[in-house]
Design a protein. Structure first.
Length: 182
């Protein structure tokens, strides 16, 4: 699917780029909301852009499919995921790209030392995001051994953390722009 970006968003990014050497854009949304796809498509439009998936920089990665986690029956708060902001800052400093797009779940809350210029929240209905997430996990070669019930249970655990994050932090209200991705 090709996402149609609002002209307002592109104009605002262009405006910011006139005064900043590098423009840091942060994209947040539910798992399965389309953050990665939107980040890649935005990078193609902006041309001089680097996408940094924050999943590669997690410090306390929790294995969603670990039996001990599943046994806790939804008691894990995945929004407590921490990102290695020092490594991310090094990646930002190393690139000569004008635009750096950081994308990941809970990123508005958990990126505390990286001053970004523009924030995007990807709004996707909860069930649509869950279906995408379940489909992605089922098609992941490393997850083929998992039963569908385990994947769906893990998605519910993840969604509980997302719901709490959205309720408490209200990222859709703090973002510069909200993109609908149904």
């Amino acid at each position: 699917m090709t996402y149609k970006f609002p002209k307002l968003l592109l104009n605002q990014l262009k405006e910011v780029s006139q005064t900043e050497e590098k423009v840091l854009i942060i994209i947040d949304g539910r798992g399965g909301s389309g953050k990665s796809t939107i980040a890649l498509q935005l990078s193609e439009i902006l041309k001089d852009a680097l996408v940094i998936p924050l999943d590669a920089f997690t410090v306390n990665q929790i294995d969603l499919f670990h039996p001990d986690i599943i046994a806790k029956n939804f008691a894990v708060d995945f929004s407590q995921t921490q990102y290695d902001e020092v490594r991310i800052s090094h990646e930002i400093a190393r690139t000569d790209k004008k635009y750096i797009i950081l994308e990941g779940c809970f990123s508005f809350k958990n990126l505390t030392t990286i001053p970004y210029h523009y924030s995007i929240w990807v709004e996707t209905p909860r069930e649509v995001a869950a279906n995408r997430l379940n489909s992605r996990e089922r098609n992941d070669p490393g997850r083929k051994h998992l039963q569908t019930e385990i994947i769906e249970l893990s998605t519910k655990m993840w969604q509980k953390s997302e719901d709490a994050y959205i309720t408490a932090f209200k990222p859709q209200l703090t973002a510069n722009v909200v993109l609908q991705n149904d």
